[in-house]
Design a protein around this ligand. Sequence first.
Ligand code: ADP
Length: 492
Amino acid sequence: MKTTTSESIRKREQGILLMLTHVWSQLTQAHPLLTRPEDRRRSVLLAQMTLTITLVSALASLFLMAREGRVTGTVVAVWFADALTLGIYSLNRRGYFRAGSMLFVGLNFVLIHFAPLLTQDSAWLLFSGMLMIIAATLLPIRSMIVLFIASLAAQIILGYTNPMTLSLGNLGIGIVFTISTLIFLVFFAHRAGLERDQRAALETANLRLRENETALERRVEERTREAVAAKEEAEVARERAERADRVKTRFLGNISHELRTPLNAILNFVEFVTLEMYGPISPEQRDALQNSLSSGQQLLSLINDLLDMTRIDAGMMQLLIEPRVDVHEIVKPVLPMIPTMRGDKPIQFITDIDDQLPPVSADHRRVRQVLLNLLSNAYKFTEHGSVTLSIKHQHPYVLFCVSDTGPGISPSEQEVIFKPFTQALNVEHRLQGGTGLGLAISRWLVSAHEGNLWVESDAGDGAAFFFTIPVSDPQPSDDIQASAMPDPNRND
Ligand code: ADP
């Protein structure tokens, strides 16, 4: 029973304490506009000091009134000072913490240094030490130093001009003692609070730093793992692609080679029959045989292109460069093929070949192959007009040009057509058949000669294909570069 009563008393005490603490903290909390922790702490401190001083002074004035039995001049002075302190309190609670601090320190400075004149009691100057502590907590260090010098000067001047006694009564000492103790308490609470806040902020920052570090380490680990996995994957994919590429190249090489041999035999026999080596044939039979022959030749050139492309892809295409090749010798065998290329289209063949051309350093069969490819394209895509072959010496190259009056090639397609298996988007071009390999092979062959192959054309206004082959060295070496792979393509 006894225990229950004391427990309930304790609980009530705790409740009252809690309520008082709550009311106190509500009365002294900083304005939400103050965001810096340091300013918030100082604002709380100012609120606590102004409230404490007001309360203690009010109590002291009541006590004085009770003792004197009337409202004395001192009581009125204390009330006046209280009213001013309360004004500063409310200014601070509205967020004007700096102005409040200055006014508070200023007001106390004036009170402390003028009170001795009014009361002829220098005991008031005892408060000046306290004022310094207040200034140290509320104002910047510079203001505090100014205040210290001003106070010292005021005290010296007062000492000379108004020598007075230190006649503080017991009550006065009590008041000075109470107020200074309270102010010290508030000051140390403020310091402790500041340190607590700083420690907490430091710990939070540390914690966040450690969290960030761990997250960073985890992310680095993850990325490294991902990068390693991606690298391994890429490696596997590359190996697989290379293997597939090798298989494809070998397969294409074999199959093209295997196709060429019987096809050549078929073409030869068809030609023999056409030439009536096995007896006379009727005109209808000749026509049919001619058709078979030209289809067979198309097939053969397609197979040759595939074989060339396969070799280029595999890095196995090599040229048989001769140091001094006569350009006319390259061109001569091409000219008799023109009528076959033209067919029955009304196209004029124009040549503009310099008589005096320097020898070139070239694989003459391959240069002829490029020339044939460009000429057969020109005839393939041109319906009427002309095809011109011009060959000029433009040191250090011999410049070949095959131009036509065909449909031309739009600028957007002028690079695309040099990619393997690519044809211009024009439907008419596609109707002409072809694989889209000729230009890719030609460009490769020309650049293997250290020359260039390019096109100049306006869509609808013909096309001109140019390529350059370097002129022979003035002192040519007679070395002949041997081909790495036997080239079954050569049949001239
Ligand atoms: P193919 O002629 O077998 O299609 P090419 O690589 O020789 O392959 O040519 C690629 C494409 O370039 C052709 O399909 C055609 O669209 C375009 N082309 C080439 N030469 C000409 C030309 N003289 N006039 C117009 N277009 C051309």
